[in-house]
Design a protein around this ligand. Structure first.
Ligand code: PHB
Length: 367
């Protein structure tokens, strides 16, 4: 099959992407401790993958309260900014482009990951049936159930918006080409969007307009910080249930959000398929088509994509860019492998989260 669409260039704001492949944001839990600081090893990993038209970094907490798993990197301290500078420098040396993903996990956390052992925060005090990864004071580490969060007070929400803006400003100082607001996969902004995790009775809960209020305020603050809306993307996961979220009317919720995003003229809207970990989600493809019709800008789709499915999606006009997650973990030279129709390396599921070089920077490239 010809993959001419996948290999064609794309203009994203003032960035010229040489191809339509995006490296999806991927949690790998390999930042330096203490301090959750990106390292030289992380720089090597990203530079190996600079063949992508665009790299989106792993999710990075915008404040200490935004962390939900041990060893994930942050973007709120000077040491983290200096660490990320190593990463952006290495990617740019390889002629790549990289956005940072701005993250707050909300209720997908645990007191062991929170400042002063506090309870995590969320739109409402509803515990998620989900797991996180924690490290104990004695250094041992293990999976744990998320703990019951406390509901954010109305007067705390400006501080949440400010944390994203601060993270965005730090991302610019760290040399990123742009940022992606993580509003997907059951984390804080998605907890506000989805009806089962947001039972607020103030201006941030109830209607789709109210549930989308915080994410739009975050987007606007981040755009103001960067001073160029084309350098801001947003990731959503309509119909997704990861993180124990469930929206009663995803067509209504996400159509409203997509309409509101039109006037923001962002770099892109990034949609993660709900079946990225398997499962069947009836009606998602028609929902995706509806969102494609509503949203007037650049669309990225992610989740279980192959070279062929990506080519077909672009050819049909369903998406502009295709994000690859697990294929980019196992194949640093994914572009070359697609071009030569080479076999892909198998993914080692045991080295996805945490550890060092193994299963991270040691996947072989061709020849
Ligand atoms: C994860 O750590 O499993 C994870 C992180 C961010 C996502 C999805 C999954 O968006």
């Amino acid at each position: 099959m010809s993959l001419q669409h996948l290999f064609s260039p794309f203009q994203l704001g003032d960035l010229q992407l040489p191809n339509r492949l995006v490296m999806a944001p991927l949690t790998r839990q390999r930042s330096l401790q203490p301090g959750n600081i990106p390292s030289e090893l992380n720089a090597i990993y990203y530079a190996q993958r600079a063949n992508a038209g665009l790299i989106i970094s792993e999710a990075s907490q915008v404040c200490p309260e935004g962390q939900g798993y041990a060893w994930t990197p942050g973007i709120h301290t000077e040491e983290q900014v200096a660490g990320w500078q190593k990463v952006t420098h290495a990617v740019h040396e390889q002629n790549g482009r990289i956005f940072l993903q701005l993250w707050h996990v909300g209720r997908i956390s645990h007191p062991l990951l929170q400042p002063n052992g506090a309870d995590p925060v969320a739109p409402s005090a509803i515990q998620a049936n989900a797991e996180v990864y924690v490290q104990e004071a004695d250094g041992s580490h293990h999976k744990a159930a998320t703990s019951k969060p406390r509901a954010l007070q109305l007067d705390e929400l400006p501080g949440i918006v400010a944390a994203y803006a601060h993270g965005a400003a730090n991302a610019v100082r760290a040399g990123f080409d742009g940022v992606e607001v993580h509003a997907a996969n059951g984390y804080l902004l998605d907890q506000f969007l989805c009806s089962n995790s947001n039972q607020r009775t103030d201006a941030y809960g109830g209607s789709a307009e109210n549930r989308a209020r915080l994410v739009l305020q975050v987007v606007d603050a981040v755009v103001t910080t960067l001073g160029d809306s084309s350098k801001v993307g947003i990731r959503i996961s309509p119909m997704g249930t990861f993180g124990d979220v469930l929206d009663a009317n995803p067509l209504e919720t996400f159509s409203y959000l997509a309409e509101q995003l039109n006037s923001r003229k962002l770099g892109y809207l990034h949609i993660n398929r709900p079946d990225w970990l398997g499962g069947t989600f009836e009606g998602f493809d028609s929902l995706l088509r509806a969102l494609r019709d509503i949203y007037q800008g650049t669309l990225i789709i992610a989740g279980g994509q192959t070279a062929e499915s990506g080519e077909q999606a672009i050819a049909e006009g369903l998406a502009d860019l295709i994000a690859y997650g697990r294929p980019y973990i196992a194949n640093p030279d994914l572009l070359a492998r697609f071009k030569t129709e080479a076999q892909l390396n198998p993914l080692d599921g045991n080295t996805l989260y945490g550890g060092g070089e193994q299963g991270y920077t040691d996947y072989p490239a061709l020849g």
